[in-house]
Design a protein around this ligand. Structure first.
Ligand code: NDP
Ligand code: HEM
Length: 501
């Protein structure tokens, strides 16, 4: 916004462009008389105000973001034919949005929660959306559990307050969640700013090269600002001091030209390795250890432009994992496959059937589609034929683009993943505790878990969770039990048990 002190400001108009006669006074019969219905401008102001809000995102409602670019720094053409990745030095415009998950639009930034890390690449082959988090894993591995998981994190139906009891009830009945819960309860569970955290595509995706060769890949955006986190108590103090701390930090850094940068590194697995890999490579509750698939540098993400209008450029932004460009595809990860449906569906509800015509969501290349009409559609195809096939020069699909695909057969079943040698729910969480965390990190982890489980969580749920913590790591489980005042009992030759004192 520029102050117009020297130039004369423009005349206010109605939204139909008609000059308004007053910014402050409604039209009345005499100075204190009734307001007349013919004050069309007043009615327009009030009616428009009543319709200012669109529904907030059902998750990830509080967030912030910025524009910038992605630059390729290493040749990756041996793995993907994606045009925006086909040349070292090539830059593609991007929009990135960061968010918390469970809080509402006005909630505080510095809370313990995963952070969304969503990127829209405006490529020459259409929009590519990578909608990840600041964690490489997730709480559940089947989309049918996602809404239940979220319900356990958000407000309860009776009190309309959040409930630690519900959170631990769900988690302790969902052992697959414990890797992500461990991550969440470490200091990385509250990043200091959006700039000081990594981003992960989290799922396994497919890359396909020009020759049609396929690879399984994972995306890691490593912060070049360095990892920095809040301690639990500093984060709580910041909730009171500045609930918009992360939003403000990002905006001010970019205003000061201190542009945040992330280095994109990929893990790349040959297609054939998946079948016999020691972990199910499509299980979102697991990482691929770097010793198996080292990270390879690919490019850098730079954010250098703040939004000029938050509503138009961030509130109306719609990211959808289904937006993948040629050379990139999904994998058999059930969570990812579920998400391919979910996002465009919620966008149609949240911001309308023609959400892809909103300026921030429009691709930067030309659209030649047979879709037409609907509420608020304003870009139309003139008299282009409205059906295919046609004899009148309408657009034609390109059958030479290689579809991402894999073989699959078997009976229709509802099943958990089981077939890989090390597919348990606790091993990788235990590795994180024992091999990655420092002693201080481990102490904080125990303190954070004990504090979280102490707030209104029923003893039988605490006990069930402790049994799972003991399976992550005996020392971790024992320390949590001790912190909660529970006695750990380990019958000879059996798994550890915990009993509440
Ligand atoms: P490595 O030692 O090769 O990698 C450890 C990873 O852990 C690095 O990516 C590092 O990220 C990350 N890390 C470091 N400190 C923390 C922390 N305090 N909290 C969370 N993550 C941290 O080992 P592996 O690849 O074998 O993985 C071992 C365990 O590390 C996994 O079971 C998983 O829990 C965790 N992890 C693994 C990742 C992966 O993709 N392989 C990614 C992130 C975590 P950075 O370099 O940014 O510090
Ligand atoms: C937002 C559904 C899992 C990351 C959303 C939204 C929905 C949703 C409905 C709101 C979108 C909007 O209104 O614009 C789901 C479902 C999931 C799932 C059904 C599982 C089946 C995940 C996972 C991740 C993730 C695993 C990360 C790895 C995000 C992010 C946003 C988001 C970053 C915010 C995007 C933005 O900034 O606009 N999700 N989600 N979600 N989700 Fe998911």
């Amino acid at each position: 916004m520029s102050d117009n002190l020297e130039n004369k400001p423009p005349v206010t108009t109605t939204d139909a462009g008609i000059p308004a006669t007053s910014d402050a006074h409604s039209l009345t019969v005499g100075p204190n008389g009734p307001i007349v219905l013919q004050d069309h401008y007043l009615i327009q102001k009030m009616a428009q105000f009543n319709r200012e809000r669109v529904p907030e995102r059902v998750v990830h409602a509080k967030g912030s973001g910025a524009f910038g670019y992605f630059e390729v720094t290493k040749d990756v053409t041996q793995w993907t034919s994606a045009a925006f990745l086909n040349q070292v030095g090539k830059r593609t415009p991007v929009l990135a949005r960061f968010s918390t998950v469970a809080g509402e639009l006005g909630s505080a930034d510095t809370v313990r929660d995963p952070r969304g890390f969503a990127i829209k690449f405006y490529t020459e082959e259409g929009n590519y959306d990578l909608v990840g988090n600041n964690t490489p894993i997730f709480f559940v591995r089947d989309p049918s559990k996602f809404s239940d998981f979220i319900h356990s994190q958000k407000r309860m139906p009776d009190s309309d307050m959040r409930s630690n009891n519900a959170q631990w009830d769900f988690w302790s009945l969902s052992p697959e969640a414990f890797h992500q819960v461990t991550f969440l309860m470490t200091d990385r569970g509250i990043p200091r700013t959006y700039r000081h955290m990594n981003g992960y595509g989290s799922h396994t995706f497919m890359w396909i090269n020009k020759g049609g060769e396929k690879f399984w890949v994972k995306y890691h955006f490593k912060t070049e600002q360095g990892i920095q986190n809040f301690t639990d108590s500093d984060a709580k103090a910041m909730v009171a001091e500045d609930p918009d701390f992360h939003r403000r930090d990002l905006r001010e850094s970019i205003d000061k030209k201190d542009f945040p940068v992330w280095r994109l590194e990929m893990q790349i697995m040959p297609f054939e390795d998946a079948a016999n890999y020691r972990f199910n490579p499509f299980d979102l509750t697991k990482v691929w250890p770097h010793s198996d698939y080292p990270a390879i540098e690919v490019g850098r993400l730079v954010l250098d432009r703040n939004p000029e209008n938050f509503f138009a450029q961030l509130e109306q932004a719609s990211f959808e994992p289904a937006n993948m460009v040629p050379g990139i595809g999904p994998s058999p990860d059930k969570m990812l496959l579920g998400r391919l449906f979910s996002y465009p569906d919620t966008h149609r509800h949240r911001i309308g059937a023609n959400y892809l015509q909103l300026p921030v969501n429009q691709p930067h290349n030309e659209v030649h589609s047979y879709n037409k009409d609907g509420a608020m559609r304003y870009r139309n195809n003139g008299n282009q034929p409205v059906y295919a096939p046609n004899s009148y020069g309408g657009p034609q699909a390109n059958p030479n683009i290689i579809e991402p695909s894999w073989e699959s057969n078997g009976e229709l079943v509802r099943s958990a993943y089981t077939l890989h040698a090390e597919d348990d729910d606790f091993g990788q969480a235990g590795t994180l505790y024992r091999k990655v965390l420092s002693q201080t990190d481990r102490d904080h982890l125990v303190d954070n878990i004990v504090a979280h489980m102490s707030k209104g969580v029923e003893p039988f749920i605490q006990e069930r969770a402790i049994k799972l913590w003991l399976q992550v790591d005996k020392d971790l489980g024992s320390r949590i039990a001790q912190g909660l005042g529970a006695t750990v009992v380990m019958p000879a030759g059996e798994k550890q048990e915990a009993q509440h004192s």
